[in-house]
Ligand binder design. Sequence first.
Ligand code: HSE
Length: 411
Amino acid sequence: MGAETRRNMIQVAVLGYGTVGSGVVEVLERNRAPITQKAGEGLNVKYILDLRDFPGDPYEDKVVHDVDVILEDDEVSVVCETMGGIGAAYQFTRRALERGKSVCTSNKELVAAHGPELIAIARQHQCNYMFEASVAGGIPIIRAINNAMTGEVIEQIDGILNGTTNYILTKMDKEGADFDTVLRKAQEKGYAERNPQADIEGHDARRKVAILASLMMGKTVDADGVYTEGITKITQADIQYAKSAGKTIKLLGSSKREGDCVLAMVAPFLVGKDDPLCMIDGVFNAVCVRSNMLGDSMYYGRGAGKLPTASAVVADVVDCVRHQGRIIPCFWEKEKAPLANLGEIEHRFFLRVKSGAKEAVEAIFPGGRSVCLEGRTEDVGYFTASLKEKDFAERCEILGDTVLSKIRVEE
Ligand code: HSE
């Protein structure tokens, strides 16, 4: 391609040449023709920002180490932020938006922490801050909420929002392995990070819930306020009891309108076989949206991975190209959405207690159902009747260390 031709194209910069960043370059290259057609203009990757050099890489000549090269180049109109984190990524994003360059990101941590502020800066400078890839990877859930569902009042969003934990729970269910063994195998296969804490402790899903809940409310749902439990305490025994009741265990991210407040949480749930989320296996994600006119709708696909996530970033880039100089509406204001009191929410709960505590648990939680598994003498399962979270917690105190597991039951 000649220099003259490149000058007439939309110039794009990619910040961070890791998994997603290199995926963005690959998607733009491999789907060049349809992307050009849909954008109405050709797209050229002019710069790639990274601390490293990439000798031998076909794009090595695009690599720069100084962000100012990109920010001071007026030809660059769209920046893809695929660095992650909330330090340099935040500063670079702000500065790009202040110069009128649209930013498209996969960085859920940054979106959850500074989304409305960055959207407002973009608005002031007639450009856009886009974050489709920050939730559920390649699944176009942000676009569904912001565009397709503009005629709706969204009441509830539940989903499997983390591929790593869903892979682990699926393997535990299907292969009978314990948590540590499956995690180790997932790390060997590259499905889990070497430091998997953000995934297995639920923090990755918590940020995604905060983003979805904020879009549902049009106000900011504070990610730090989202009640979060991970999957590290789930045992093979819990899975066996769940199975005996026709259920499996899934890490769910939930947000629900409660009047002017929002209930937002991430926790493992026992999910029945008739629930569509029960069928979501392995690294796949799914999001169920309940809205007042459409009713229930569900979105399913690859929630992580190089090309699915990069594809979502590129879709945002194309949207920015189609809307140059215009603001793509996104209703997410800085004002905080108050969080509902989790203690008042009712569920059924599953308890696994030491077998000697069977009578005690039946007396403390009347109206429930005990489950004994053949060959297990050390513990007993119990499904409570529906009760408030705060009452459940209080009564569990009485049972003390006879309680081995407590997991909510999805209705
Ligand atoms: N670690 C995340 C997951 C990547 O497993 O879903 C995508 O956010």
